[in-house]
Design a protein around this ligand. Structure first.
Ligand code: PMP
Length: 407
């Protein structure tokens, strides 16, 4: 089953938390969509920042500050190269995907006019819905929503019909955090561009599972979070095309984002600092270098292939179980399995899995409009990462089988 060059035992040893026991059993962590675990080298880098290089960045002439600045800026260079951005000016550090999307909705959004249209999809996470609703309430834009087909894919015919010259922005997720559907973002972007609309891709669920090349995609904005890619919490990334970022007003005002201030007038700093008001989370940003290096050392293609095998293996076994219904079986799918046990509340199924040391997520997964369209209130969601094993899939299936006899 396992590709012999994929050294999973070695990778697992990089994550101390994976050796935890729960209720006397080895923990099976299948909540990678919510957050991934952190390898030792990332945590070591955080410690090293605190113990060796901690000083505020960008303004200092002293050695410590120059070191901290260099480590933060190295993270920016590595991020730019990881997603194939044209320059580091296009990489804005934020607190997470949520803040990155809010930045675009607020700043790029302020350039829109009443009656302009923004297209979202039914699969969006609340963080790619609510910021656009705030904008709608502020300036009177119209929101339109791409529906889904019976094959759990975005309805591209309907999307084509929605496009018109009033559409100024299309904001869609690359991978659904509930269904695992990998959306055809390249096609979505080129169709939007044909109609003069910009495109923001929510990459939170794609970045650790697929190779991402923002220039090949021709994405205008691409947002993701470090904590979902084996990196530290508190760091997000907004990629934006330079000419668009230059045309946009600042999102927040304060220190770091200015060139010159007097009470009559402020000149803003150049990119990317114009969008990074206040002291950034330079400790975690610097440690993010190690997460990027870690993924690179294994290879995102190898990770994707491993997760695809886990997905197929687990899905086939789940389909043999009676009373289990999977939500999300798109032909191109990431390693996320949402499901319900007939007659059982998702919360109960999740609790019973937890008692067998299997960590899954239950609930609406911050996608209530999607739940509503499916006519359910939530699902149980098992999601996989680079360190999950086939044996863990077996333990999950065994736990689920046991639950079926109980419920
Ligand atoms: N978009 C998607 C598709 C997500 O899955 C998530 C996290 N669950 C987010 C956005 C928000 O990410 P964060 O909470 O790190 O800002």
């Amino acid at each position: 089953m396992e590709n012999s060059t994929y050294d999973i035992d070695k990778y697992r040893r990089d994550f101390p938390i994976l050796s935890r026991q729960l209720f006397g059993k080895p923990m099976v962590y299948l909540d990678n969509t919510a957050t991934t675990q952190t390898p030792r080298r990332v945590v070591d880098a955080i410690t090293e920042m605190y113990f060796t290089h901690k000083a505020n960045v960008h303004r200092g002439v002293h050695t410590l500050s120059l070191e901290a600045t260099e480590l933060m800026e190295e993270a920016r260079r590595l991020t730019a190269s990881y997603i194939n951005a044209s320059s580091t000016e296009e990489i804005i550090f934020t607190r997470g995907t949520t803040e990155a999307i809010n930045l675009v909705a607020s700043s790029y959004g302020s350039l829109l006019k009443e009656g302009d249209e923004v297209i979202l999809s039914v699969m969006e996470h609340h963080s790619n819905i609510v910021p656009w609703q705030l904008l709608r309430d502020r300036i009177g834009i119209k929101l339109k929503v791409i529906p889904m087909t019976s094959t759990w894919e975005l309805d591209m015919e309907e999307y084509r019909r929605m496009l018109n010259p009033r559409v100024k922005m299309v904001a869609v997720t690359h991978v659904s955090n509930v269904l695992g559907t990998v959306n055809p973002v390249g096609e979505i972007i080129s169709l939007a561009h044909n109609h003069g609309a910009a495109v923001l891709i929510d990459g939170a669920q794609a970045i650790a599972h697929l190779p991402i090349d923002v220039r090949a995609l021709d994405a205008d904005f691409y947002a993701f979070s470090a904590h979902k890619m084996y990196g530290p919490c508190g760091v997000g990334i907004l990629y934006g095309k330079k000419h668009l970022l230059e045309s946009m007003p600042p999102y927040q005002g304060g220190g770091e984002m200015i060139h010159k201030v007097n009470f009559a007038h402020t000149e803003y700093a150049a990119l990317p600092y114009k969008f990074e008001a206040g002291t950034p989370d330079f400790v975690d940003i610097a440690a993010f270098r190690e997460a990027l290096g870690y993924i690179r050392s294994i290879g995102i293609e190898n990770i994707a292939e491993h997760e695809e095998r886990l997905l197929r293996y687990t899905t086939e076994r789940m389909k043999l179980l009676p009373r289990v219904r999977i939500y999300g079986e798109a032909p191109v799918k990431s390693a996320v399995i949402s499901f319900l046990v007939e007659g059982a509340h998702h919360y109960d199924t999740g609790m019973l899995l937890d008692k067998q040391a299997v960590a899954v997520r239950t609930g609406h997964h911050c996608a209530q409009p999607l739940m509503e369209s499916l006519g359910i209130t939530g699902t149980v969601r098992a999601s996989f990462g680079l360190y999950n094993t086939f044996e863990e899939c077996d333990r999950f299936i065994a736990a689920l089988t046991r639950i079926l006899t109980m419920l």
